[in-house]
Design a binder for this molecule. Structure first.
Ligand SMILES: NC(=O)c1ccc[n+]([C@@H]2O[C@H](COP(=O)([O-])OP(=O)(O)OC[C@H]3O[C@@H](n4cnc5c(N)ncnc54)[C@H](OP(=O)(O)O)[C@@H]3O)[C@@H](O)[C@H]2O)c1
Length: 318
């Protein structure tokens, strides 16, 4: 991400006023207050032309227009809420950075847990125990090393999920906009040419919410699947939920584990809560650790300081 918008500041006097807004917690503030040249506030920043104006937040604070910031650091991995409050053109937006930290590992563990629970028939085994039924044939596991996995979205999160599955699964294929190779995948296909998906046992969605991903996982996509387990850890808006319900009825999707929804908290009258083939979780697959937010911010801050001011036009910080 180019930083030429910082040319107004020079290396000798670079300092920043950082607003740590709303839900961010004490470790972020304490990590920053001990850092020279950073002035930390929890209030609106106002017009401070003498300092780099920086916001750290998950969502735009209600009391401030965030388009005036020089730099916005997203405390989590998904920047969609912040981007919605900013001009659409990247040229006109503040510098944006975000936090990944251990989130990819957490989300890989989440996905792996639902894949293994399915293969190991946890639900059926619990029922059999309740009924005191010894049925070793019906309750024998299927194997992950014989299963093909598809991950939609091969970015920081999708790649970490692939890394969790790669040593254990038969194959891990990625689907992305470009189809360019990504770490930990056996292969990556472009969304426009996904190839045959009939044998994918697990289909994991890790897409951001953007105009181009809105309801992209729809009937036409589900029609390519046969008895797949569908897991969504990206964003709810990327799935056409009515089409998912039809895919569950037709057997294109056998079970779904959904961590993200267009409306959160999920309304109590939503069909997902009671559907026997759906597991609902409350957006917990990747939880931002405050220390990761602080570390990511400080890493970017150090890179910016090292790059010097005025900043070289080719400098990139993320
Ligand atoms: N559930 C949770 O707790 C939780 C936690 C953290 C993050 N998330 C969500 O996970 C999302 C993904 O994170 P990330 O860090 O992996 O994002 P990222 O690094 O920006 O990667 C996004 C991936 O999506 C692909 N993509 C984008 N638009 C597409 C389209 N129209 N069709 C097909 N593929 C498309 C990109 O393809 P190219 O590589 O070809 O551009 C890329 O592979 C975040 O945006 C956030 O919303 C959820």
């Amino acid at each position: 991400m180019a930083c030429d918008r910082f040319e107004a500041f020079n290396s000798g006097s670079l300092g920043a006023i950082v607003r740590v807004a709303t839900a961010e917690t004490a470790p972020v503030v304490s990590a920053l207050t001990s850092t020279p040249r950073l002035e930390v506030t929890e209030d609106p920043v106002g017009d401070r032309a003498d300092k780099l104006r920086v916001l750290i937040a998950f969502r735009p604070p209600a009391d401030e227009d965030i388009s005036g910031y020089d730099w916005i650091h997203c405390a989590g991995a998904g920047t969609d809420h912040l981007l919605k409050a900013l001009p659409t053109s990247e040229e006109d937006r503040p510098l944006m950075t975000r936090t990944i930290g251990r989130m990819g590992d957490q989300m890989g563990a989440y996905c792996l847990s639902y894949a293994l629970a399915d293969l190991q028939k946890h639900r059926a085994r619990q029922e059999a125990q309740r009924e005191k039924r010894w049925d070793s044939q019906a309750l024998a596991p299927s194997e992950l090393f014989e299963s093909d996995v598809l991950v939609i979205g091969t970015g920081a999160i999708g790649s970490s999920i692939a890394a969790c599955f790669r040593p254990l699964a038969q194959s891990v294929t990625g689907l992305s906009r470009s189809g360019r190779p990504a770490p930990h995948f056996d292969r990556v296909q472009p969304w426009s040419k996904p190839g045959s998906l009939k044998k994918k046992a697990f289909v994991i969605a890790a897409l951001p919410s953007t105009n181009s991903t809105e309801a992209i996982i729809d009937a036409s996509f589900f029609s390519r699947l046969r008895q797949a387990v569908f897991i969504n850890v990206g964003r709810g808006a990327t799935v056409a939920m009515g089409d998912l319900r039809d895919a569950l009825s037709s057997g294109q999707v056998r079970n779904a584990a959904l961590d993200v929804f267009s409306e959160e908290p999920l309304p109590t009258d939503h069909w997902c809560w009671d559907h026997p083939q759906v597991t609902v979780t409350p957006h917990v697959s990747g939880i931002t650790r405050p220390e990761d937010s602080a570390d990511a911010f400080l890493h970017h801050w150090e890179v910016l300081c090292r790059a010097g001011w005025p900043l070289n036009r080719s400098a990139r910080i993320s």
